[in-house]
Design a protein around this ligand. Structure first.
Ligand SMILES: [Zn+2]
Length: 291
């Protein structure tokens, strides 16, 4: 997985219910019939394009007083996962001009990125996608398992400090888009609610893969949710950077465009702002450090 220049790591570990949904689907178990695109995408160029062309919502930030000794349950749980104390996390609220409700974020005191860095990168993610994230938690990359840049779990995202990138968030948020939505293409009206949630398990999604000649990365071949999440990075670039994915400097990009098109058909409305921030799930409850 050495194509990720920022860390020489695979993009993520992933630990939520969507894995169960994937296992429940009998076939095919992995999207590994296609090779990864060759040459690989240059993620430094992808990141630069996203950073330049995503617009930043203006924001204000407010740190929570540590003397209250309170933290979102999700931050506390993730801290525990990586053998850290809740007291080592700075809790703060970031409020963007496009949504009244602040996001409660957590940052480890030793992280090499600031509260403002975190709020800025997250704030460039289109609101319709941002609304699927409950909490963003930034920990020192060295504290995450080897090879792990980020983890998505129950719509809370953990990112290592060296992996605080727009494309990493696009990948992680794609897991929530996948897990929280039903396919838009449905056979009959009113049947939508009977379809299982999870785009990456749908025949429509998998049909787009079958039309292509490659996946967007090697990591995308490891599991269907990862194939969808990795495709989300290329698709966000395609949607927001002038010239689309063709401008990313990869002559083989045409071999992944059915998957990119499918992601944009399913989720492009969120890039365009559908839902505002009205689809946000409730925050994880605030709990005491010592509870
Ligand atoms: Zn992933």
């Amino acid at each position: 997985m050495h194509y990720l220049l920022l860390s020489l790591m695979p993009l993520v570990a992933y630990a939520t219910s969507i894995i169960d949904a994937t296992l429940a689907d009998p076939s095919p178990p992995r999207p590994d019939k296609l090779p990864a695109i060759s040459p690989p995408f240059n993620y430094t160029a992808i990141e630069a394009g996203l950073a330049e062309h995503l617009s930043l919502a203006s924001f204000r930030m407010e740190g929570l007083n540590a003397s209250a000794r309170m933290i979102p349950q999700a931050c506390k749980d993730r801290a525990k996962d990586y053998h850290m104390q809740p007291s080592d996390l700075q809790v703060f609220r970031s409020t963007y001009d496009d949504c009244e409700q602040p996001w409660v974020m957590c940052r480890h005191n030793n992280a090499t990125v600031s509260m403002q860095d975190i709020t800025t990168v997250f704030g460039r993610i289109p609101l319709g996608m941002r609304q699927f994230t409950r909490h963003l938690i930034v920990l020192p990359s060295a504290s995450l398992p080897p090879g792990c840049a980020g983890v998505s779990s129950d719509d809370a995202i953990v990112v290592g400090d060296s992996a605080l990138k727009h494309f990493v968030l696009a990948h992680e948020i794609s897991h929530s888009l996948d897990a929280r939505n039903r396919p838009t293409t449905t056979p009959t009206p009113n049947s939508n609610s009977n379809l299982p949630i999870g785009i990456s398990i749908s025949p429509t999604w998998r049909a787009s893969y079958a039309l292509d000649s490659a996946t967007v990365s090697e990591y995308a071949r490891s599991a269907w949710p990862e194939q969808l999440a990795e495709t989300g990075v290329a698709a966000l670039y395609d949607a927001v950077v002038p010239g689309g994915l063709a401008s990313a400097g990869n002559p083989s990009y045409g071999g992944v465009m059915n998957q990119v098109g499918a992601w944009r058909r399913e989720f492009g409305r969120f890039v365009d702002g559908e839902g505002g921030c009205g689809l946000r799930r409730p925050d994880s409850p605030m709990v005491g450090w010592d509870d």
